[in-house]
Structures are given as C-alpha cells and as structure tokens.
Design a protein around this ligand. Structure first.
Ligand code: SF4
Length: 273
C-alpha cells in the first residue's frame, strides 16, 4: 500500500533481560542510543551519539516479541522499561513498542531526563499518545536552578520541570530521582527547593537519591573526552542520609561506610541519570 506508514526503527545500545532497579519488579530494560544532554557525571557517554557504533535496530513489534519471551520473570508487577540515552528522542519507536506491550497488558515504564519534552507540535501530540500506553515515568531532576542545570548538563531545565507538572496535572504516576553530586547538587537550599517542587506534584509515588560515583570515567577516557568532574568524590553515607532526610525519604539500611550501597551502585551503572 502506497500510504502505509513504515514502522519506526529503534536504535538500541543494549538490552537487559533481568533488570531489578529500573521500575517495579523484574524488568526487560531497553537502553536506547542518543542523548542531547551532556551531564558532567554521565556514566553512559557511549550512548550520546547515534553513530555507526549503534549495534542493534528493531521495530517496536520486533523488540516486544523478543521482550515477551521473558514474561515469566515479570509476575504481577514487572514489565518493560525504556531507558538510555534518551528514549524521548525516539518517540515514534517508543509508541509502537509500548502499544505492543499494552496489547498484552504488560506494565510499561519510561526512564527519561525529560530533555526533549515540549508542548509544541509535532512532539506534544506524540507525547500524549505515548502517555496513553505508559504506566510509570521515572524522571530525573538534576537541578532546580536553571543556571546550575545548564552548567551541569549543558541544557535548560524549564521544559523538564514543565514535564513534571504536566504529568502531575494529567494523573500520571512518576518517580523522581536526584543524582547527588557533592558541591553541585547536594546543598541544603537546593534540596529544599527540590522538596518544595516535589511537594507541589500530585502523582509522585517514590523519590530516590542516587549518589554520584566515578565508575563511568573510563568510558570518557575511551571516547577521548576530558572528564569534567575530576577530583569530585562520591558523597559520604552521612551526606546521602542528610539529603534523603531533606527530601523526606525514609531512612534505609546501609553499610555504615562512606560511599554507595550495592543497590545504588546497580542503579547508577544502568539507566539514564
Ligand atoms: S546522564 Fe543521562 S541525560 Fe545525562 S548525558 Fe548521560 S544519558 Fe544523557
């Protein structure tokens, strides 16, 4: 048929069949290629460019067929998550992929930096279509101050905060995450601003602090890009606890040593933060 729409192709960096930290339950996690942010602490800089190094290409239907092989892992609360890189840069593929999932009643999670979000067309209509087949949005708020956000990530944050508000206004469940970078995103005033912002949202069901770490620096080296946070140390246990207290996150059992727990380590090694 001449007018038949071709299915969108998703450009994928890697797949994980048994993700435990990328949404509720056990998840099939898709890490897409491509991101326009340049977070100074990015631990997946190899996903920035949509280059020839991209190793996998799928339509939404093809990828869901592959994911669905693992459905016995998902039980009642697992499902699929798309992370990155930045999934919203491949929104046509994402809509197809999540639509396939919803045909089978599978839980869908979008893990996003929010950077591509705009209420302008043609993006906004597509985003509304995507939200009809998205159960949960995991959104990173890297800094609430516009100038500090630009300095940290190379991009403005107004549309990211607008996205959070839009999700709240439309009743979409979201988890909010903050990467805690000492000297950059962990001061009390900033965390209080973040708490105030989150308190104004109606659909946040979980808030997480993800301690900054330096495990991605070798990837920067490999890409030949100087690492911008050279010398910045991960937050201490007390700093993490302090941030969680300000954000109203219940205290969690952790080994009493500085740095990060295994669960946090797992999180940071995976999706877009
Ligand atoms: S941390 Fe996430 S949003 Fe930031 S540059 Fe890396 S992939 Fe992009």
């Amino acid at each position: 048929m001449e007018n038949e729409k071709k299915p969108a192709i998703g450009y994928i960096n890697k797949l994980e069949t048994f993700g435990l930290v990328d949404g509720p339950g056990v998840r099939f996690v898709v890490f897409v290629q491509g991101c326009d942010m340049r977070c100074k602490y990015c631990h997946n800089p190899e996903t920035w460019h949509n280059s020839d190094e991209t190793i996998m290409q799928f339509t939404g239907a093809q990828l869901f067929k592959r994911a669905y092989r693992y459905k016995t892992y998902w039980r009642d609360n697992g499902g699929i998550t798309v992370s990155g890189g930045e999934p919203l840069l491949q929104i046509d593929f994402l809509i197809d992929f999540f639509k396939e999932a919803k045909k089978k009643g599978v839980h869908t999670t979008l893990d996003t930096s929010g950077n591509p979000f705009t209420m302008e067309e043609p993006f906004f209509s597509k985003f509304q279509e995507l939200m009809k087949v998205t159960d949960l949005v995991m959104l990173d708020i890297k800094h609430t101050d516009p100038a500090a956000h630009r300095e940290l990530c190379g991009q403005d944050n107004a549309n990211i905060l607008q996205l959070a508000q839009y999700l709240s206004d439309t009743g979409k469940e979201m988890w909010i995450r903050r990467v805690l970078v000492p000297g950059i995103s962990n001061d009390d005033e900033e965390l209080k601003h973040l708490k105030q912002f989150i308190d104004g949202l109606k659909t946040v069901t979980r808030v997480e602090v993800l301690p900054y770490h330096t495990l991605g620096t070798a990837k920067w080296e490999k890409l030949g890009v100087p690492y911008p946070l050279e010398g910045v140390e991960p937050p201490t246990f007390d700093e993490i606890e302090r941030a969680e207290a300000i954000l109203g996150i219940p205290s969690q059992p952790r080994p009493k040593d500085p740095g990060i727990s295994q669960e946090h380590l797992d999180r940071l090694m995976k999706g877009c933060n």
